[in-house]
Design a protein around this ligand. Structure first.
Ligand code: PMP
Length: 350
């Protein structure tokens, strides 16, 4: 017998490329094209590097308090992690501990099946409707938990709050995770439902609408009991997940509501303009409520468009699996200038 037989083998998630070269139009990982809030720059300048000698606050109070205060919830309703990937991974580990399969769509964030495999959680992928919408009735079957990204990724399509509530209500015996990574760009949040349903975990991130993907901050809302279970698992894993810059700069970012609203509105306005331009070029796509558009061209292969853009220093994202989406490109919304360049390069080929 070899030690390799006992290895926890996994097929890892493939993150989007982070190219080293500058002067590239990077539309492949849904980052915000605008810089972090002015309040973050100020907090950065006030940083005392001497403090880094010590461990950070394991309770993350400065960050948790700022999030609780922004969203009008109690600090006991808030959990924080190293990006929402860390929050989601902890939630899978904590809440999905049944022999019954957890349910999530066949086309969704491609990390869900990776965490399920890693933790040996059985899962069932439910096909999206032809138009990429989710049918809440599909989630009434017996299961060990449910995960829904709203809006969904990489499709960009949102689900109404009534449908989300239907899924939570019809699954009282399991935890329902609603991944709201992109909610600020156009969907309705399930946050108010945490008072009504003790089985709901709402997951958010600083990586998209808060322009801080580099700091790696994610957070989640749930009833006190749910958050306590999540914290117990986290403290059994690593006490100090959040480093000092994430705590102080993350807290500062939450304080700048005006900047957050202004940049989010700018991204949404650009997205709506680009939708019209892409449509004029013959692209087909669902109605995105996110900071990206998931589109295909009926007359041209996805790979061909991808390669042409790449040759012109524009990077978008393409997924090989499942088959149903292999012709699609996921195009993040950049600045107006970047999107103008994208459109003019696309005009050359389609
Ligand atoms: N959920 C969804 C749906 C995403 O697209 C992403 C971004 N890759 C994440 C969660 C994770 O984002 P982060 O870890 O940067 O918070």
């Amino acid at each position: 017998m070899s030690w390799e037989e006992n290895v926890r083998k996994v097929v890892p998630y493939t993150p989007g490329e982070q190219p080293k070269i500058k002067n590239i139009i990077k539309l492949n990982t849904n980052e915000n094209p605008y810089p972090p809030a002015p309040s973050v720059y100020k907090a950065y300048e006030e940083t005392e590097l001497d403090d880094y000698r010590k461990y950070p606050d394991p309770t993350c109070s400065i960050l948790v308090d700022s999030i609780a205060s922004f969203y009008g919830v109690k600090k006991e309703n808030v959990f924080v992690g190293v990006g929402s990937d860390d929050v989601l991974s902890m939630a899978f580990l904590t809440f999905f501990n049944s022999d019954k399969p957890i349910l999530f769509p066949d086309i969704t964030y491609s990390f869900y099946d990776v965490w399920a495999d890693l933790y040996r959680i059985p899962y069932k992928q439910i096909p999206l409707n032809e138009d990429f919408t989710i049918d809440p009735a599909d989630y009434h079957a017996e299961n060990g938990g449910v995960v829904i990204a709203n809006p969904n990724a990489p499709t960009g399509v949102k689900l109404g709050l009534e449908a989300i509530e239907d899924i939570i209500k019809s699954n009282p015996d399991v935890v329902v995770i609603v991944d709201e990574a992109y909610v600020d760009f156009g969907a309705e949040t399930a946050l108010p439902l945490i008072d009504k349903y003790d089985n709901l975990l709402v997951v958010r991130t600083y990586s998209k609408s808060r322009s801080l993907a580099g700091l790696r901050i994610g957070y989640a809302f749930g009833c006190e009991k749910l958050i306590k279970y999540l914290s117990d698992a986290k403290f059994s894993f690593n006490s100090y997940t959040m480093n000092m810059p994430s705590l102080t700069l993350g807290a500062a970012a939450m304080k700048d509501k005006e900047y957050f609203e202004e940049t989010t509105a700018k991204v949404v306005a650009t997205r709506e303009r680009v939708k019209i331009q892409l449509k004029e070029l013959g692209f087909e796509f669902g109605d995105s409520a996110t900071n990206f558009i998931f589109a295909r061209h009926p007359k041209m292969a996805g790979k061909e468009i991808f390669d042409y853009l790449r040759a012109h220093d524009i990077i978008v994202r393409r997924f090989n699996k499942p088959e149903r989406i292999s012709e699609y490109l996921r195009i993040s919304i950049g600045t107006d200038e970047e999107m103008d360049t994208l459109i003019s390069v696309l005009k050359e080929i389609v």
